[in-house]
Design a protein around this ligand. Structure first.
Ligand SMILES: N[C@@H](CCC(=O)N[C@@H](CS)C(=O)NCC(=O)O)C(=O)O
Length: 206
């Protein structure tokens, strides 16, 4: 039995929960972070000195950082499915996983905090609009990459789809005024038809 520490509306927790669900793994998820608190206790910091969610436990192993957790689950339990065996394929999956963290997360966090966590009267609409434009330009890159492919690596879902795919739900829901991106929209449609995505990513955005 795996344990994942983190509230379900955290995108980084969703990355791990969606990965585990795609692999058919049973998870005991514990509510911590946000309104639940609990990230600054000595017990939590002993597991995760970064004081953030998610934290994943699998037997004696404790790890944190959502992409590291997702990679671990895919490598251990998803050979031949989520985990690309070929080093070149794995590098391409890593590329899009790291891109979500290093390029996409910043502007999408501005959009999310601005539109979801900030009262309307206090919103900096210029900053939110600029971040939405940047997010859109970034997803346009993925749209181009997905031409002729069902998923990031081709025919089937892999770890390379997971972080950008989890963020795609927020992008589609929060950035409504965007140009047509047919490959991205078709890929997003494939994600939304998956029960694991519906159960762990398509939750109220709060
Ligand atoms: N790079 C980390 C980021 C972790 C992170 O910042 N998590 C946020 C939630 S998405 C958090 O812990 N926020 C504090 C809280 O929920 O109380 C990862 O990908 O796991």
């Amino acid at each position: 039995m795996l344990t994942v520490w983190g509230r379900p509306n955290s995108i980084n927790v969703q990355i791990v929960m969606w990965t585990a669900a795609e692999l058919g793994l049973e998870v005991d998820r514990k509510d911590v972070g946000g309104p639940f608190g609990g990230l600054d206790t000595p017990e939590y910091l002993a597991m995760n000195p970064n004081g953030r969610i998610p934290t994943l436990q699998d037997g004696d192993l404790t790890i944190w950082e959502s992409n590291a957790c997702a990679r671990y689950l895919a490598a251990k339990y998803g050979a031949g499915s989520l985990w690309p065996e070929d080093p070149a394929d794995r590098a391409k999956a890593d590329m899009w996983m790291d891109w979500k963290k290093t390029s996409l997360a910043g502007p999408m966090t501005t959009v999310f905090w601005g539109l979801v966590r900030t009262p309307e009267a206090e919103r900096d609409m210029a900053a939110i609009g600029a971040a939405a434009q940047t997010s859109q330009a970034l997803y346009a890159m993925l749209d181009k990459w997905l031409a002729g492919k069902d998923f990031v690596l081709g025919d089937s879902l892999t770890i390379g789809d997971i972080p950008a795919g989890a963020m795609a739900y927020r992008f589609m829901e929060l950035v409504k005024d965007r140009p047509s991106m047919p490959n991205l929209e078709a890929w997003y449609g494939r994600l939304t038809s998956r029960q694991a995505y519906r159960d762990h990513v398509m939750l109220p955005i709060t």
